[in-house]
Design a protein around this ligand. Structure first.
Ligand SMILES: [Fe+2]
Ligand SMILES: [Fe+2]
Length: 240
């Protein structure tokens, strides 16, 4: 298959979800930085375009993605329920665990690895950033989307929301996502792409593995919101 490298990274993952692990492996930002063309994203990440196209071609031949396709035709409520049950639940479970684990590793290894102090601060900042953000989605934005669908189904009018048009909270959420993306990038930089030192103990290994897995999950989480849920919600609002 051939891919047009002037298409945006977002368009590519929307059409081919199997491209997600390829972008993850190449370090190409497909969630917050998804508006860049594939060419520009490769240049920014200093990945040869030919390599990205080959890796994408291989992945897409083997596994044409279906997951996101489902979310482009489901109800908005089904999608938000999935986000809450999968990604929010995982973040609520993982963030306190990673904060505690980072503190433990810092306590044991901080004298040899002073950067662990900053790592603790970054993981803590990640929790402080994501926890209230998810609460706002669960208590304000997502219920509004369900109410909009319900009203459209029943043919009833909906009271205007206190925040006005949907674009207002959505802009706010997307700006939070940018902040989260920046924190994840800082963690990756500080840990040199999660490269463990030679003296790393089991907790150290578990911390880096946990952070790396959490980064992947958060990229998918933000992708579902920025690239699928929010555009669909804005379209829905316009159409009703
Ligand atoms: Fe979310
Ligand atoms: Fe979000």
């Amino acid at each position: 298959m051939t891919l047009d490298s002037t298409r945006t990274v977002r368009e590519i993952v929307q059409q081919y979800p199997a491209a997600v692990p390829v972008f993850e492996a190449l370090g190409i930002d497909y969630c917050c930085g998804g508006t860049k063309s594939l060419e520009d994203a490769c240049e920014k990440q200093q990945v040869p375009l030919s390599k990205a196209l080959k890796d994408l071609g291989d992945a897409l031949i083997v596994r044409p993605g279906k997951d996101d396709e489902h979310w482009t035709t489901s109800t908005l409520s089904e999608l938000t329920a999935y986000i809450v049950e999968q990604h929010h639940a995982r973040a609520k479970r993982e963030l306190p665990r990673l904060v505690a684990l980072a503190a433990k590793v810092h306590l044991r290894h901080g004298h040899m690895h002073p950067e662990l102090h900053q790592l603790c601060e970054l993981v803590d900042a990640l929790r402080s950033e994501m926890s209230p953000h998810m609460l706002k989605e669960e208590q304000v934005l997502f219920p509004r989307l369900s109410a909009m669908e319900q009203a459209a189904r029943n043919g009833t009018a909906l009271e205007p929301a206190f925040f006005g048009a949907l674009i207002n909270p959505i802009r706010h959420m997307m700006s939070d996502h940018d902040d989260t993306g920046e924190l994840l990038r800082s963690i990756r930089r500080l840990t040199h792409d999660y490269k463990l030192p030679d003296d790393a103990c089991m907790s150290y290994q578990s911390l880096y593995q946990g952070l790396s897995d959490f980064e992947k999950d958060t990229h998918l989480h933000i992708h579902l919101e920025n690239n699928i849920l929010f555009p669909r919600a804005l379209e829905f609002e316009k159409a009703h």
